[in-house]
Design a protein around this ligand. Structure first.
Ligand code: SF4
Length: 346
């Protein structure tokens, strides 16, 4: 049976074509699914009974199962392990910031980018997620928040997976979030993070959507970056920076460079100076993220003094820099850890 969760209005109209119903029925169905939480046509009380019965026989509205849920002790972070109909499980994280509720969405089940510091890639990639499966992650959180009079305010596409390797489904998801019959979310409230898929970055720049782009940099030179991120061998650092500059030029949006700080790997004074040479004068900011230690690979978190020193060198040279405050380490909020536990248990 065709799952229609994740369809936009045009797709819903197409799905309804055989039923010879007025066009406004598509919008009613969208509002029931995306705004009123209906998961059955029987709930859609403003549709004629015979239409409800016919649609129930032809389409389904699938909903993931919440397989696990962890709340951080400080109440700020909630992590969900969601399982889809085929048994595929993904992680979604809600972060309650002072400026609003943010949801971190996964775009693939697992990931095959192989970044040395990331738990999501340990089991490779199971499959791409569909637009509906990405939307379902957000709606699961939104529906929980609505019960507490809250809403999802921002979305970060930073969970497991490389979004630009699942381009069409991810773009469909971004456009849906913006629709008034879904969340009416401003594009500026959506951030997409990439490991540096250069052709995808150029393609995204041409979409004309002012979403924020975040680039996982993690090293200030090609040699070191290639040891941490195998994808750097395919898309070298200079090409990634050029593509990011192009994105900033076209969209007039500041690009954020994510930089995971790893003790005595990329956190020295020399690397800070290289980073300054690389980014100075650009419409860019740097987000420093002290690593969640990966003991098996001897990738450890720098001492606070090293983190401060690195940050200070950058800000002295007028780079816009932030250090990501840790959220939810007590519930394994780092990407992929909960899913791995689930896979190991299987
Ligand atoms: S950091 Fe992102 S791109 Fe790299 S392996 Fe993890 S999920 Fe994939």
């Amino acid at each position: 049976m065709n799952d229609i969760f994740g369809c936009n209005l045009a797709e819903l109209k197409e799905a309804l074509a055989d039923y010879k119903v007025p066009a406004y029925r598509a919008r009613q169905i969208a509002e029931w699914m995306y705004q009123k939480g209906a998961r059955s046509f029987d709930d859609m009380t403003n549709l004629p009974k015979n239409l409800r019965a016919a649609l129930s026989g032809a389409f389904s509205i699938r909903e993931p199962r919440v397989k696990d849920r962890l709340d951080s002790a400080d109440g700020q972070t909630t992590k969900f392990l969601l399982e889809f109909a085929d048994g595929t499980a993904v992680e979604t994280v809600l972060m309650r910031h002072s400026y609003g509720n943010s949801v971190c969405v996964s775009t693939q089940a697992g990931c095959n980018m192989g970044c040395a510091f990331c738990a999501s890639t340990l089991h490779g990639m199971a499959r791409n997620l569909t637009t509906g499966e990405m939307l379902a992650q957000v709606m699961t959180v939104e529906e929980m928040l609505r019960e507490q009079d809250g809403h999802v305010n921002t979305i970060v596409i930073m969970g497991s997976g490389e979004p630009l390797m699942n381009y069409d489904a991810v773009l469909g998801f971004i456009r849906l979030m913006h629709e008034p019959y879904v969340l009416n979310l401003g594009y500026r409230n959506i951030t997409l993070s990439t490991s540096g898929i250069v052709p995808g970055m150029y393609r995204l720049a041409e979409e004309g959507l002012p979403i924020s782009l975040s680039v996982s940099l993690h090293a200030p030179n090609q040699e070191l970056r290639a040891t941490l991120m195998p994808i750097a061998r395919k898309y070298p650092l200079t090409d990634v920076i050029e593509a990011a500059d192009h994105y900033a030029d076209v969209t007039k949006r500041r690009v954020t460079y994510e930089y995971i700080l790893i003790d005595h790997v990329n956190d020295g004074e020399e690397q800070a100076r290289e980073l300054i040479r690389l980014l100075q004068g650009k419409l860019a900011s740097v987000n420093l993220i002290p690593i969640n230690p990966v003991v098996e690979r001897n990738l450890m978190r720098p001492a606070p003094a090293r983190i401060d020193a690195f940050e200070r060198i950058l800000s002295r040279h007028h780079l816009t820099v932030t250090v990501r405050r840790e959220m939810g380490t007590d519930i394994q909020a780092a990407c992929g850890q909960l899913r791995n536990r689930h896979l190991q248990g299987k």
